[in-house]
Design a binder for this molecule. Sequence first.
Ligand SMILES: NC(=O)c1ccc[n+]([C@@H]2O[C@H](COP(=O)([O-])OP(=O)(O)OC[C@H]3O[C@@H](n4cnc5c(N)ncnc54)[C@H](O)[C@@H]3O)[C@@H](O)[C@H]2O)c1
Length: 329
Amino acid sequence: MTSRKSVYVTRAIPSETIEELRAHFDVEVNPEDRALSRDELKERLRGRDAAITLLTDTIDGEVLDAAGPQLRVVANYAVGFNNFDLAAATRRGVVLTNTPGVLDDATATHTMTLLLATARRIAESDAFVRQGRWQGWAPMTFVGLDVDRQTLGIAGLGRIGRNVARKARGFDMNIIYADMHRDADFEAETGARHVDKQTLLRESDFLTLHVPLLPETHHYIGADELRAMKKTAVLINASRGPVVDEAALVEALKAGEIWGAGLDVFEDEPALAPGLAELPNVVVVPHIASATPQTRLAMGRIAATNIIDVLHGRAPGTCVNPDVLKVTA
Ligand SMILES: NC(=O)c1ccc[n+]([C@@H]2O[C@H](COP(=O)([O-])OP(=O)(O)OC[C@H]3O[C@@H](n4cnc5c(N)ncnc54)[C@H](O)[C@@H]3O)[C@@H](O)[C@H]2O)c1
């Protein structure tokens, strides 16, 4: 009898995913609802054939070596995969996968939620009511920003950026976008305009970030970019924290260089840059853009299917280091 392959899941995810994997493999799940330390990750992955990991798990050469040469596949429970060292995995013949597509609606809806909440000062005014400070209707209380027919700038017109644009069209927003790829069909569909980064900064009333975290997009928004934006502009970030220089953002908000910010992600999660949480003109939420039941289930289904495929000798649907498939083919 051949022994069953071993899969480790670094943090509890929907039980349906675990059951699906258990039909094929021995599966162990981190019993504690917290991220593993690097040493724990190395120790728990030792001897495994596959793992489901989170964006908080750094998978580099050292971790892969600690896991051992039998490791075939690491499936990230996320579309972003900046926690993966692709070259290190490819060299070791380890297949890496992500969960694209299934979280576009949830993440785009959340982006619009942050945009609307920031523009209409929802967090600030919710606290005001709860604190018993409301004295009744007043014409000049919590006057926010208009959203309808304003210009929405999108940095990174990929799956999520396009989805945000379509939702924003419901508010008759004018769409401009910066991306190294132009999408003529999308422009025809939405009336969106492709612009360079400086134009994006200068013309956006709302600027939303949907680039992946790469060396080139680290601090895509820093002090210079914030100064180039309108004083009435709002910055929305539901991509990855380090895409924005958070200390520079705090300074820009304090100095009134931009009007406000809605943030799902932070540079050093779960810590916030000093001073950020004290600012009234920001909405801050704990990295929950994809947190809906259907999305979380769908992410689990993709991760499980990728592991089942690779451990059964098939190519996975959503590989992020496809060169490895040539090597192992
Ligand atoms: N907050 C969350 O919970 C959450 C949820 C889902 C996704 N995300 C993040 O959103 C990112 C985008 O996801 P996606 O599925 O839309 O990815 P995608 O690959 O479909 O789109 C990314 C787009 O960014 C563009 N791009 C890359 N570098 C750029 C640059 N320097 N300047 C301008 N454009 C650039 C690409 O050409 C592409 O069109 C993910 O990488 C992930 O980090 C966050």
